[in-house]
Design a protein around this ligand. Sequence first.
Ligand SMILES: Cc1cc2nc3c(=O)[nH]c(=O)nc-3n(C[C@H](O)[C@H](O)[C@H](O)COP(=O)(O)OP(=O)(O)OC[C@H]3O[C@@H](n4cnc5c(N)ncnc54)[C@H](O)[C@@H]3O)c2cc1C
Length: 388
Amino acid sequence: MVKTAILGGGISGLSAAWYLLKKEPQANIVLYEKGPRLGGWIETNTSRGFTFERGPRTLARSRSPYLLQLIDELGLKTISSSGGKRYLWRQGKLRPIGSYWPSMLCAIARDLFAKRSQQDDESIASFASRRFGKRAAELFFDPMTLGVYAGDIHRLSIRSCFPTLWDWEQKEGSLFRGWHKRKKGPAGLFTLEGGLERLISELKRQLPIKIVTNFEVHSLDDLAADRIISALPAYEISRLTNIPLDLPYRSLWVVHLGFTKKHLKQKGFGYLVPSTENQPLLGMVWDSDLFGEEETTRLTAMIRAESADPIRTALDALQKHLEIKIAPDFIEARLAKNAIPQFEVGHAEKIAHFEKQVQIKFPHLSLAGNYFSGASLEACVQRSFNLK
Ligand SMILES: Cc1cc2nc3c(=O)[nH]c(=O)nc-3n(C[C@H](O)[C@H](O)[C@H](O)COP(=O)(O)OP(=O)(O)OC[C@H]3O[C@@H](n4cnc5c(N)ncnc54)[C@H](O)[C@@H]3O)c2cc1C
């Protein structure tokens, strides 16, 4: 019987096992995970009465067809949210994004007449400035890129980071027309009852495979397997195959702040801080306001890795941005090291070249993970679904 080794016990590895067993119910699979637990970046932490997601937290219904199907197959229940208002911290004030509607209207008018790109790829900054103007690039695209990739719009690729926007331009000649003609799916955000880690515990419970934790793979040759699926970070599989892949990763601080009482006056999803503000804070998610009314306050601040004192940064933001003057009952700061792959301009070609080299040198190795196109859970699950 064909023996399959899956490397990495995050969502990519576990979903790869799930889909392989659907195609080959008798498959003999061993999954190897370096750490003591499964889940990778997905981790729901409940401490002192506060539940926080240490990694991913917000999933968009319209952009998660594969993930929602998997959740359904596992028999898990989702909780929905409309998402709520989003804000920018700009020029000393918290401003609803909706208040920038005159800038949005100007941007849309420009977009309708902007020319289609003739290049194979372009930076997000160049794409947004060309279509909408520099102000729209700084006001909307920069914070959006910080919120998703903690990355720099001048370096990151529009084609790989926001492929839908790139496709709209290529197919419709305008983002507004593309958006207008899009296939409308269910709207809003969702999470899972009990937290996103339920996805991992349920996959672990239902998968009839051998799982070996506390096992760091040091060499592909040591694995007694006919077929290998890597669901490791890009730098790790590049090291193991000895095939170079220049793909930078960004680190960031994730700081959780919990209060036993309700203190947040604002309502909504949270806010982002544009790069032009030169702040260590990237943004803050108002967790307690996202999925229903709560009597507590739970907030998550995302802070640049270079910040010397992330807790001070988060507490300053509480006071200055949200006018919450009292100390939180719960604080946790964790550095998410090498957390988000940075899809720089030319990423698609870079990855295609890497995959080709892998195919030549290791024909029995397939690649899953979050570094192909989009780093979302949906992108990971979709990649695992499509593995040959
Ligand atoms: C702070 C943060 C917030 C995020 N927010 C969102 C969000 O809101 N929505 C969203 O959709 N996505 C979000 N993401 C992105 C998403 O969480 C990740 O892209 C996704 O979880 C990656 O899953 P993965 O299985 O590909 O990789 P990982 O989760 O990195 O799993 C890889 C696994 O491989 C193991 N491993 C590494 N080396 C070895 C080795 N040599 N041998 C054996 N095992 C090894 C690791 O221990 C790890 O468990 C967020 C990410 C972070 C960090």
